[in-house]
Design a protein around this ligand. Structure first.
Ligand code: ZN
Length: 138
């Protein structure tokens, strides 16, 4: 079954742009220090722990694999293994929500965004935290 999130207006908007949308949230980090990526991502949203600024490389990457390589080479971080194959419908819905929130943030709304994760990944990972230095704006 094709993933539902891919046909949502928010994902189509994200996937049609060649420049990184404004307001992308930093990656969440799993208990092993790996960044948690979301299905369909093509823009780097790594924020410097020192400056809190997002990556200066704002162009669109050709694939999730190319983006992972960039994270490794430029930011010295590994990506947590992404879900292979089709998403569960719950995960699919969370992915759709993620892009919906991204679009709202890009349009200037103050929306908290959380990375959708597989229930198993959450169960295996009690130590989820965000990258130090990215203070939440108040
Ligand atoms: Zn980057």
């Amino acid at each position: 079954m094709p993933s539902v999130y891919r046909s949502t207006p928010a994902f189509l908007w994200y996937n049609a742009t060649s420049e990184r949308p404004a307001g992308l949230p930093n990656y969440e980090i799993d208990g092993l220090g790996r960044v948690v990526m979301v299905a369909g991502e093509v823009f780097c949203r790594f924020h410097s722990a020192e400056t809190g600024r997002i990556c200066t490389d704002s162009h669109r990457w050709s694939s999730l694999g190319a983006l992972k390589k960039h994270l490794r080479d430029a930011h010295k971080v590994a990506a947590a293994p992404s879900s292979a194959g089709s998403l569960s419908s719950a995960h699919d819905q969370k992915t759709a929500d993620f892009y919906h929130d991204l679009k709202r943030r890009a349009e200037g709304e103050d929306v908290a965004s959380s990375t959708p994760r597989k229930p198993q990944a959450i169960a295996n990972d009690a130590a989820l935290f965000t990258v130090p230095g990215q203070a939440k704006k108040t």
